[in-house]
Design a protein around this ligand. Structure first.
Ligand code: SAH
Ligand code: SF4
Ligand code: F3S
Length: 447
């Protein structure tokens, strides 16, 4: 790399999960603190951060094609952008990226991006650098303050994973489970609310594994943190994701019956309905224990919307075992779901297991699964028609004049009314579609 000018504009492109979105926002804040401005729409940025995801295959190939595209676009306007690769591909394949892509000036892992500023100073001098260290919790205290945010904000409270599901790269890319300290989180949440957030989603790869010590020095779980955040007067809604069935606590279940600001929605991945497959996945829950857990949520919060993640075609999955996944879907009646074809990941135990399922079989199973999930989501939406609820307006809709927000059950609700982003609207849900609802405004308040 040749020495170059200090970048004036940046763009952060985040792929993958919401934790990457959060990290992307924090990197943006860090760059802005160095006086670099976000590139305007359609403009080529001087510095591009590719904040990557490694969860399924082709992710790495996508990084290389993105790098190629950025170089080409840069040539057209006569500048070589400084390219940084961040996120989980950076963590997993840092050295390889450096070797294969000379255009990349920086490779920075998800636990090291607070050092991006120093790395950038070196890149400007023509020095390439890689940082994939995992310093324990050093990142958050080293990052700059939160800036102005949207009405809905993410807050990472827990990182990493010790579960080692046999198909998954996250324990390798994000490291061991850590919980951020209680006081640091209460402080960041208060700053987010001050900056305009009215809804906060607490994030973690296993968010319900979060533990900490409250102001009185008592050990608390995620429900203790939620109870504290619920005291912030201008914070109206609290959500959390993603939970693991094994880390669920009585306190968190009870919280759903007691805290109005905690939204009636639970994302609890099950992956498969077959106990044999679950065991081979190292999930350490059964179909039955999972269903019992959901029942307890429904007892304290009968209207709770449930969502899950599913993998079809895990090595050795038979047609009968796949049928068990359809059975659990039918038994639960999910309001939303994410479903994936199994993707072998280098270095994970499942990648070398016998009985890899042919692509066509996976395609066909995914289609059948999605037909069931789609039917249930539509049914959930139709059952919501006639309800009155609050909707927090988040963005403009696709049609002119249309505004879009979220119901307490995380459904998209659109309005053809004159509303502002950040309004909290009392609405009647009047019409259901497969993936959204139409609302009628009864009352508007600026949240
Ligand atoms: N507990 C995590 C899960 C992260 S990965 C969280 O915080 O969200 C999200 C989902 O991707 C998993 O629940 C699983 O359904 C899916 N997934 C993970 N590894 C996969 C693989 N190798 N192939 C296909 N899907 C996978
Ligand atoms: Fe991956 Fe399993 Fe950890 Fe979720 S719980 S991040 S699926 S290893
Ligand atoms: Fe992807 Fe890393 Fe998130 S692999 S799903 S970006 S934790």
């Amino acid at each position: 790399m040749k020495p170059t000018d200090n970048p004036k504009t940046y763009r952060v492109k985040s792929f993958g999960c919401q934790m990457n979105v959060y990290d992307g926002e924090r990197m943006a804040e860090l760059l802005e603190a160095k006086g670099i401005a976000p590139a305007a729409d359609g403009e080529e940025a001087d510095l591009v951060v590719l904040n990557t995801c490694h969860i399924r295959e082709k992710a790495t190939e996508k990084v290389y094609s993105d790098i190629g595209r950025l170089q080409k676009a840069g040539k057209k306007v006569g500048k070589d952008p400084i390219i940084a690769v961040a996120g989980c591909v950076a963590q997993a394949e840092g050295e390889e990226i450096m070797a294969r892509a000379p255009a990349v000036g920086m490779v920075v892992g998800p636990q090291a991006y607070h050092r991006l500023g120093d790395m950038l100073d070196r890149a400007v001098k023509g020095e390439r650098s890689t940082d994939t260290d995992m310093p324990e919790d050093a990142k958050f205290s080293a990052l700059p303050k939160r800036r102005k945010v949207a009405p809905t904000a993410f807050l990472t409270v827990q990182e990493g994973c010790d579960k080692f599901c046999t198909y998954c790269v996250v324990p390798y890319t994000r490291g061991a489970e850590i919980s951020r300290p209680f006081s640091q989180l209460v402080d960041e949440a208060a700053k987010l609310v001050e900056a305009g957030a009215r809804e906060i989603t607490l994030l973690g790869q296993n968010v319900n594994a979060w533990t900490g010590e409250n102001a009185k020095g008592h050990a608390v779980g995620l429900d203790g943190l939620i109870r504290e955040l619920a005291k912030l007067p201008d914070l109206h809604r609290i959500r959390y994701t993603t939970s693991h069935p094994n880390d669920m606590t009585d306190g968190l279940i009870a919280a759903h019956g007691e805290i109005d600001k905690l939204m009636p929605y639970l994302h609890l991945p099950v992956q498969s309905g077959s106990d044999r497959v679950l065991k081979a996945m190292n999930r350490s829950h059964t179909a039955e224990s999972y269903l019992k857990l959901l029942e307890r949520f429904r007892q304290v919060r009968p209207d709770i919307a449930l969502s899950g993640d599913f993998i079809v075609g895990f090595p050795g999955e038979t047609e009968d075992e796949f049928q068990e996944t359809l059975n659990i879907v039918d038994a639960v009646g999910y309001a939303a779901a994410f479903s994936f074809k199994y993707s072998p990941r280098p270095g994970t135990p499942a990648a070398t297991m016998d009985g890899q399922v042919p692509r066509e079989v996976m395609d066909e199973r995914l289609q059948r699964l999605q037909a069931h999930l789609g039917r249930d989501q539509y049914a959930f939406n139709k059952a919501s028609v006639g309800k009155t609820c609050d909707v927090l307006i988040e963005r403009k809709g696709r049609r002119a004049g249309q505004m879009l927000g979220k119901s307490p059950w995380l459904q998209s609700v659109f309005f053809d009314s004159d509303l502002q982003i950040g309004d909290m609207v009392r609405a009647e849900l009047v019409h259901a579609g497969p993936s959204s609802l139409e609302g009628r405004v009864l009352e508007t308040a600026t949240a």
